[in-house]
Design a protein around this ligand. Sequence first.
Ligand code: ADP
Ligand code: MG
Ligand code: ZN
Length: 472
Amino acid sequence: MSSRYTTTIGLEIHAELNTQSKMWCGCKNDPYEEKPNANVCEVCMAHPGTLPVPNKEAIRKVIQVGLALGSKIADFTEFDRKNYFYPDIPKGYQISQYLYPIVSGGAINGIAITRVHLEEDTASSSHDNEGYTLVNYNRAGVPLMELVTEPVIHSAEEAGAFARELQRILRYVGASEANMEMGQMRVEANISVSKDKTFGTKCEVKNLNSFKSVEDAIRFEVERHIALIEEGGKVVQETRGWDEVKQETFSQRKKENAHDYRYFPDPDLPKMYLHEVFDIEAMRKEIPELASSRAKRLTVDYALKSDIVEIIVNDRGTAEYFDTLVSGKDSAYANLVANYLVVDVFGLLKKEGKALVAENFPSHTAFSTLLAMISANELSSRGAKDLLPFMLADKSLDVKKTAEKKGLIQTNDTEALKKIVTDVIAESAKQVADYKSGKESMFMYFVGQCMKKSKGAGNPQLFQELLKDALA
Ligand code: ADP
Ligand code: MG
Ligand code: ZN
């Protein structure tokens, strides 16, 4: 039944920009401030007679986002007033952009972006206070960008992937922390279904505070629309909320139209010719290589597994850390680094409750030394794992000296190892008999015994060779 329908989705995504100060005043932009109304002033509280001054850093960040998305950066741009009356918007209008957004065009994963504009966030209201609504103005006037896509997305998964990729890009260019749970990135999904080439009536779903909710809400809405149409009913254009507990959408309000907002250019703010204020071409050159392109490069150059690549490129600092370590090295080396980083270093950091960020990784020098010692057979993988905690605790650790001090240097001294092999065989008469009567799995027991006798210092490869000779 549902296969006869085409699903159409367009996303509107807001992200709080991580500037030092708010959009129109000098108040601190701090999403972590817990004291209500701590970061407020006459401007963001909309006292009469106050005037806004645009935050240049916020405009710069939106341009950076546009450059990363391959969009067109406007020459001319201006701010507009979007009029509506609600306690969370103290001026009685929100300063936004209407006809001349800073950014237009561009794409993520082939999905066309309509525009990215700059506006201000609202205050946050809390309603569950015995009949009162409390309003906290810390967030009022925080720079907020809004990205709008064309209605060209056709599945929940595609929409989720778009939002995840946008989050990575925002973090890569340093425009926003884009944490969905914190409300730093907020996704609204417009959804419609149709049996022919014309668009069906859309509903907009809000309050989606995780990527999973985005996908779940879209799937729910698609099914709801199809069921409605199949019963002979009609979809009503409206704004809906997402109930995380019930896993369903619910009607919030019938959608207002653009003319209800009576947009007009804000006379208190200057019109801007961006190319006169910013060196856009210089900014373009400063855009870092993005995660998706890094992932492709690392896969091609080093044949790394895709799940490991995704973990490495997900965070820009980690990706750059990794790139520095493996640049000019071969695939075997890169795979070794990737494994020690993603499995062992990450494992240790998680155990210590530390963030998985480059500042907490071992120094490049220490890591390179460790790998050189492994390649030279001076260190077993066991020894390497034992050294890592010391490397994390002390960034300037002398890895080689520590390995010596802790007795972790691997012995490649064939004569010494031969002696151990002889001893182990002499002490394991029964196991040797078993082995010789065909129980080949016994072999690893002997290797284990040898490693134990050498206190982990013997080279396991060498032990294996020597054991094979001795047992032949
Ligand atoms: P509105 O004026 O109602 O806000 P817009 O044209 O500004 O509508 O589009 C808002 C969002 O809705 C955009 O992301 C757009 O891609 C999406 N959209 C528009 N029409 C549809 C549709 N029929 N089905 C799904 N999404 C749509
Ligand atoms: Mg809209
Ligand atoms: Zn202020």
